[in-house]
Design a protein around this ligand. Structure first.
Ligand code: PGA
Length: 265
């Protein structure tokens, strides 16, 4: 059996704002980013904070964060490095803009046809350019028999197949139950903790027990300033992928400060 994750070394919390296809203009994107940056100007905030914005805003936002106090993330990347792939953007190009991490396999992309194999191929591409990959896993619905664990296991094992052990510190797993995304129905802290243990069990099975402390497991799905503390405390997650609440600078920064305070205890 896995020992409680509390016994293991605590990771610095990671909070990523997933802006999705928002806001509608560069001016608004910059305004939102600057508002978050100003609220987090304190140097002692011990949280890794990132904003995953639409591609077209990334280079402007990177310029607004030269110190990388707030890191820049992308929401997807191509499998290929270069060539005739209309509409695609490579991990290498994103890295060149100053992007530090890339979300892969978000359920909204999986709903648009992205399979586990595609996510794995993208993961290989992202890790090979030396940046962090945030791989999303999550079930559509929960059943009383726990069959959803099998879905998470398939998604996870397929991704882990392309990861080398020394790349694990650059792998983040975001557990995002689809039924919790944008619905206001957050997973309970107990559900989140149980899933974190399950993910650890699979990581340990593939890479050995020592690997478990290297991979951050974050939670996403209707995270807000009201439920963040409980998810960190009882759910024991290493941070959050925040959608809707990341579009409100005050709410997002509250979540970051909650993660900071939690990490200090
Ligand atoms: P939500 O989205 O916080 O609006 O539920 C999370 C996500 O899709 O990453």
């Amino acid at each position: 059996m896995l020992q409680s994750t509390r016994m293991q070394k605590k990771q610095q919390p990671l909070v990523i704002g997933n802006w999705k296809m928002n806001p509608t203009s560069l001016a608004e994107a910059k305004k939102l980013f600057v508002a978050v940056r100003s609220a987090l100007v304190r140097k002692d905030i011990k949280v890794l904070v990132a904003v995953a914005a639409p591609y077209i805003y990334l280079s402007d936002l990177a310029r607004l964060s030269p110190s990388k106090r707030i890191e820049i993330s992308a929401q997807d990347a191509a499998i290929e490095k270069i060539g005739p792939h209309t509409g695609e953007v490579s991990a290498h190009m994103l890295k060149g803009l100053g992007v530090s991490s890339i979300i892969l396999g978000h359920s909204e992309r999986r709903a648009a046809g992205e399979t586990n194999d595609i996510v794995a191929a993208k993961l290989l591409a992202v890790l090979s350019v030396g940046i962090t990959a945030v791989v999303c896993v999550g079930e559509k619905e929960r059943d009383v028999h726990g069959n959803f664990f099998g879905i998470i296991e398939d998604q996870l094992r397929s991704a882990l197949e392309v990861v080398k052990k020394n790349q694990l510190p650059r792998l983040v797993i975001a557990y995002e139950p689809i039924w919790a995304i944008g619905t206001g129905n957050t997973a309970t802290a107990e559900d989140a903790q149980e899933m974190k243990l399950f993910i650890h069990k699979i990581v340990a099975d593939v890479f050995g027990r020592s690997a478990v402390s290297k991979v951050r497991i974050i939670y996403g799905g209707s995270v807000n300033a009201k439920n963040a503390e409980e998810l960190l405390e009882k759910g024991d997650v290493d941070g959050f992928l925040v959608g809707g609440a990341s579009l409100k600078a005050t709410e997002f920064t509250k979540i970051v400060l909650i993660a900071h305070n939690h990490g200090q205890r």
